[in-house]
Design a protein around this ligand. Structure first.
Ligand SMILES: [Zn+2]
Length: 258
């Protein structure tokens, strides 16, 4: 049975996923993107994601779970466990599958196709929990506005799509093929959303727990995947500025859309 929530959530995640392709096609805009520029965009996106995970998932689910369980300790226990489960899930997924961080030759220094793909696997991997978060957010539509999370994820898909394309072009893949690959990888998000939408459909009570879990997965992605990558390159004030700018932008958006 296709409910409204299911269709809406699927469409939203599809649009967000397609934005990865927009990022991919940005490879045609400029001959060369400097590592600095890419890091700036990734950091902005990290700030956006950080705020989105707090304001769209972690905080509202915290309030909801307190309504279900009047013993605060019981509620806090389940809530914390759910966040931890989300973190552990991506951690295990990351440990099991071969991937590589820190690649990205800007069209310049050539990298091997294998290295490019290992990096792309890393991005593909974390797109699943991102999609899941969108699916879960739509299942919680009656007490949150899932739009801010969708916008946050869609925005951060732009630099991610671009880095996919850049790493492939660095491995001598044509620009068109690279951009199309980015588009294809973006489609992992609607897949994650379907999983989120279907599992949350089981019971109302698991929705806030699912949100806490999805929040945990997003935190892991930002803290373990995006930030170390960009901060490791150069610890510039610019990186920190970008994270804060993204965070504040998303904070504003979350309040306006709420
Ligand atoms: Zn991502």
């Amino acid at each position: 049975m296709l409910t409204n929530v299911f269709v809406e959530g699927l469409l939203a995640s599809l649009v967000a996923g397609l934005i990865t392709g927009v990022g991919g096609f940005m490879i045609f805009l400029k001959k060369k993107y400097s590592q600095d520029n890419i890091n700036f965009m990734l950091n902005l996106a990290a700030g956006v994601m950080l705020a989105a995970s707090f304001f769209a998932l972690l905080v509202p689910s915290m309030h909801k779970i307190l309504q279900f369980d009047h013993d605060v300790h019981v509620a806090a226990f389940w809530y914390s466990l759910a966040v931890f489960t989300g973190v552990a899930l991506v951690w295990v997924l990351n440990a099991l599958l071969p991937h590589e961080h820190n690649n990205m030759g800007t069209h310049g220094p050539h990298i091997s196709l294998k290295k490019a793909w290992l990096f792309i696997i890393a991005i593909t991997l974390h797109k699943l929990p991102e999609g899941l978060a969108v699916g879960v957010a739509f299942s919680a539509e009656d007490f949150i506005n899932p739009l801010s999370l969708v916008i946050g994820i869609a925005l951060h898909n732009i630099p991610e799509g671009l880095t996919i394309a850049i790493s492939l072009v660095g491995a001598n893949v044509s620009r068109l093929k690279a951009a199309l690959t980015a588009l294809l990888i973006g489609m992992v998000q609607p897949l994650g959303a379907i999983i989120g939408l279907l599992t949350m459909d089981i019971s109302d009570k698991i929705v806030p727990l699912g949100m806490a879990m999805a929040g945990g997965t997003l935190l892991f992605v930002v803290i373990n995947e995006i930030l170390p990558e960009t901060y490791g390159f150069k610890r510039t004030t610019k990186s920190a500025f970008a994270v804060f700018a993204g965070f504040i932008f998303m904070t504003y958006l979350s309040m306006v859309l709420d």
